[in-house]
Design a protein around this ligand. Structure first.
Ligand code: PFF
Length: 452
């Protein structure tokens, strides 16, 4: 795959699924899913989450693929081509803005993974219980310069990779390495499940307590679904443009979404049973993974070495995501504003860094600066995952369901009539009715405008 004007494509059906899953799977699954699930009561949240992935997530993802593969362009350019003279391109612009905000907090957390690589190297992750690890995490967030330094290193690294044009090389290595991350996660699951008292954690994750379903939990489930699948901001429109004309779009979206959900659940199984067995609170916020997993590693032979490898691999998984999000901004500046690539990358990375350093500070020294009870980090997370991405997704399904000609959608979904798409009528029903109505209902419900 390359990213010049001459468009390449993925080389196989499996290659496309692996590359797109690689971009979707990241900190969203391993860091964010467990902590959001922990804050929203566990099993019932998971149930709604899975329901949203199946009914809304796969539908939005398929729609992004349809748009991307028919237009062969970036999100903004795609809407300009498919709907000339109409304001649908604003979805592309909102996507660029969302990318800007997401990068600020995503790179912050990516920086934390570097801190934990460093701590594993110094041997500081051993011999600590839950409260000591919690203290260590909080102390780090309040350190006068370390979190800022890790942020800048991570951002700089992301920018250098884009400037040097070695993005594809890095992604190739990442693809080889990611299965090892999964193996480590599975190992953590086994260790967590064999701890005494782990059953309560499994119960927390899988037993739906329906009284925990609140308007907030429902909105968070929707937002986490969008964030985890990388949908609603057009990233997958670009990926869709690389899918070969003979591959099945709905099937690709299905497999990517299932793999992404699988990894999130595996991360949940590594964390909650251990948390309940070793002591700690599910609602520990953004530090959850960084506090619980080192405790599990301590209970594995050569645990410190595994912890080191784990955080390195996690940093690489995060890197492929920061690259793809920064690329959204750079591609827009290069293709639409006609800026030189290097200049665009430097401008994008430096402006993200200004907001990003404030985001880092908001987890430490600036934590008192809040709006609606949220610090800057929390505001950016909430605004992107729970609002911007679902709104982007809503307009994407409205575009395909009600604006784009159904016959053209059908041609794209059936590869010009060469494959039978048994699911086409189902997809049309989902994209016209279920997805838009469900997203709107979640918004109205969480605002308290409608009640069930
Ligand atoms: N889906 C990624 C994750 O779960 O870590 C985060 C992400 C990447 C969101 C790319 C949005 C995006 F465009």
């Amino acid at each position: 795959m390359n990213d010049t004007n001459q468009r390449d494509s993925f080389t196989s059906k499996f290659g496309a699924i692996a590359a797109i899953a690689g971009s979707a799977i990241g900190l969203g699954n391993i860091w964010r899913f467990p902590y959001i699930t922990g804050e929203n009561g566990g099993g019932a949240f998971l149930l709604i989450y899975v329901l949203f992935i199946l009914l809304i997530g796969i539908t939005v993802m398929t729609s992004e693929f349809v748009i991307g593969r028919s237009a062969q362009k970036n999100p903004y350019g795609a809407f300009r081509l498919l709907a000339p003279g109409k304001p649908w391109y604003l979805i592309g612009i909102m996507g660029v803005l969302a990318a800007f905000f997401i990068l600020s907090f995503y790179t912050t957390v990516s920086g934390w993974t570097l801190e934990y690589v460093y701590q594993a190297l110094s041997g500081n992750l051993t011999g600590k219980d839950n409260s000591q690890l919690t203290e260590m995490f909080t102390e780090f967030l309040n350190h006068p310069w370390r979190p800022y330094l890790w942020f800048l290193i991570f951002m700089g690294f992301t920018a250098v990779i884009i400037i040097l044009g070695v993005k594809n090389g890095i992604e190739r290595y990442a693809k080889i390495l990611m299965p090892f991350l999964l193996v480590l996660l599975l190992m953590l699951c086994i260790r967590a499940l064999t701890l005494k008292g782990s059953g309560a954690g499994l119960r927390f994750l899988f037993h739906p307590d329906l009284s925990k379903i609140t308007p907030k939990a429902i909105l968070e489930a929707l937002g986490q679904g969008f964030f985890s699948l990388s949908i609603g901001m057009g990233t997958l429109i670009t990926y869709g443009s690389y899918i070969r004309k003979k591959d099945n779009l709905a099937e690709t979206a299905f497999y990517v979404s299932i793999s992404d959900t699988f990894v999130a659940v595996i991360a949940g199984i590594a964390i909650f049973p251990a948390l309940f067995a070793l002591g700690g609170q599910p609602a520990s916020g953004q530090g959850l993974m960084f506090i619980v997993l080192p405790e599990v590693f301590q209970r594995i032979p050569f645990g410190n070495l595994f912890a080191l490898v784990f955080f390195i691999l996690l940093a690489i998984a995060a890197l492929t995501s920061t690259i793809s999000v920064l690329e959204v901004i750079v591609a827009f500046l290069v293709e639409e504003i006609k800026m030189a690539r290097k200049k665009a990358t430097i401008i994008a990375a430096s402006s993200v860094s200004v907001l990003g350093l404030l985001t880092v500070a908001s987890m430490g020294k600036l934590s008192g600066l809040t709006l609606f009870g949220k610090n800057i980090f929390g505001i950016l997370e909430y605004l992107t995952a729970n609002i911007m991405l679902p709104i982007g997704g809503l307009f994407i399904v409205l575009f395909i369901g009600w604006f784009h000609k159904k016959s053209l959608t059908k041609l794209e979904m059936t590869n010009n009539g060469t494959i039978r798409s048994r699911y086409f009528p189902v997809y049309i029903f989902l994209v016209r009715w279920i997805a838009p109505v469900a997203i709107t209902a979640v918004f109205l419900y969480s605002l308290g405008i409608i009640k069930f």
